[in-house]
Design a protein around this ligand. Structure first.
Ligand code: S3P
Length: 451
């Protein structure tokens, strides 16, 4: 995994307007939960069995990293995965560079694990990940005692030297980020005493839920004023535990919004995770008047899930508050597409974090929509889409900039725009949603991959 990938020819695709979308599908497993299942499986004693693991490139990068650190994560014949863990404190020094590809979650959570193991590791990633800020985890992990050498701006490639003598910290998140929270909590596992993260705004809590599922003591308490204190006790004996990964709500968002905007559509996505810290998009769609229903709610392995049905209909613009952003941070590209088909103005507030995702998503969404004939503006950290209540023109080619969600969002836009919409490269989609184009076409979509 240490060798730079050979140059690859981009693989373009185009989506065009066609008949209604209909059917019942499943989407691949939740990306956040899949990463955590592999990581906690590696830190547990015994064999963790995982069903529904996302086999996207991001998660495979985490699996490879766990193997390089001495655990054994492997795919079984029936499609399930097992992780033979080695226990907290037992990670081995990797012999070679760890290449995390496009995956910010792999890089940041892994740095937390490495920070409190007395080993040295070297991390890198693709051109997108090498641009993304790692300072946000380097800073708290340095307070715990780890040492780092990074490129300018705290960027990858970087070297981390974990500490033999970790110091428990109380850390207030300067940005609402589940990755930073999780990184510190994972470092806290091999630290004596209690490590605490204070989050001013709630972010996805998959790490906390799964830590408890594996037997760690994780407590939460309201923080004076506002926010939440999350505390993990060091040196837990994590015991292997079975994990059922629900479908990724961030992936389900694409076929669901496609069903809303393609006239006559009726699509159900079965077995989708509905952790309340991930369902901000559903709230927005409801406010926009969308016909979306949750059926068959259930809970597995500490995570709630449901089947989600979406039927096409008229959408109205809405004012989306900044407080909701952490609960739908990955859904803005597809929400902006829905807004382009709505009647009236949609204001999406407080999107500064979108600038440091797989691409500068705020700029990428605005530029892409403008090319498709949609009236759009960025004012400060807000994104404003003027829905004309009629079909956007389309007829553009969009640069995906190594960003899977930009690629999928604009293909969905092309399914209902006047003229087809092309993207320059479908390859990034495999990081989170392998099989996306086939699944969409199975519902009746017309997405053509060019030779
Ligand atoms: C993730 C957290 C979010 C999200 C990312 C996955 C996670 O990132 O955008 O796709 O699994 O913890 P931030 O923590 O940077 O907001």
């Amino acid at each position: 995994m240490a060798h730079p990938a050979p140059p690859r020819k981009p693989s373009p695709a185009a989506a065009r307007r066609g008949g209604p979308l209909s059917g019942r599908i499943r989407v691949p497993g939740d990306k956040s939960i899949s990463h955590r299942a592999l990581m906690l499986g590696a830190l547990a004693i015994g064999r963790t069995e995982i069903s529904g693991l996302l086999e996207g490139e991001d998660v495979l990068a985490t699996a490879a990293a766990m193997n390089a650190l001495g655990a054994n994560a492997a795919r079984r014949g029936d499609g399930g995965w097992t992780v033979d863990g080695i226990g907290v404190g037992a990670l081995a020094e990797p012999e070679n560079l760890l290449d995390l590809g496009n995956s910010g979650t792999s890089a940041r959570l892994l740095l937390g694990m490495l920070a409190t193991h007395p080993i040295t590791a070297f991390l890198t990633g693709d051109a997108s990940l090498r641009r993304r800020p790692m300072g946000r985890v380097v800073e708290p992990l340095s307070r715990i005692g780890a040492r780092f050498v990074t490129r300018e701006g705290g960027r990858l490639p970087l070297a981390v030297k974990g500490t033999v003598d970790p110091v428990p910290i109380v850390y207030r998140l300067p940005v609402p980020s589940a990755q930073v929270k999780s990184s510190v909590l994972l470092a806290g596992l091999n630290t004596p005493g209690e490590t605490t993260v204070i989050e001013p705004q709630p972010t996805r809590d998959h790490t906390e839920r799964m830590l408890r599922h594996f037997g760690a003591a994780v407590s939460t308490a309201p923080e004076e004023g506002s926010g939440l204190r999350i505390t993990v006790e060091g040196f837990p004996e994590l015991a292997a535990a079975p994990i059922v990964v629900p479908g990724d709500p961030s992936s389900a968002a694409f076929p669901l919004v496609a069903a809303l905007i393609v006239p006559g559509s009726d699509v159900t996505v079965a077995g989708v995770g509905i952790n309340p810290l991930r369902t901000g998009l559903l709230e927005c769609l409801e406010e926009m008047g969308a016909d979306v229903t949750l059926l068959n709610r259930r809970e597995k392995g500490g995570e709630p899930m449901a089947d989600i049905r979406a039927r096409s209909g008229l959408l109205n613009g809405a004012d989306i508050p900044a407080e909701r952003a952490p609960r739908m941070i990955d859904e803005y590209p597809i929400l902006a597409v829905a807004a382009a088909f709505a009647r009236g103005r949609t204001v999406m507030r407080g999107l500064a974090e979108l600038r440091v995702k797989e691409s500068d998503r705020l700029a990428a969404i605005a530029a892409g929509l403008a090319r498709c004939g949609v009236r759009v503006a960025v004012e400060g950290d807000d994104l404003i889409v003027e829905g004309a209540g009629k079909l956007p023109a389309g007829g553009a080619s969009i640069e995906t900039q190594l960003d899977h969600r930009i690629a999928m969002a604009f293909l969905v836009l092309g399914l209902a725009a006047h003229e087809p919409v092309g993207i320059d490269d479908t390859a990034p989609i495999a990081t989170s949603f392998p099989g996306f184009i086939g699944l969409m076409n199975g519902l009746g979509a017309a997405i053509a991959e060019e030779e």
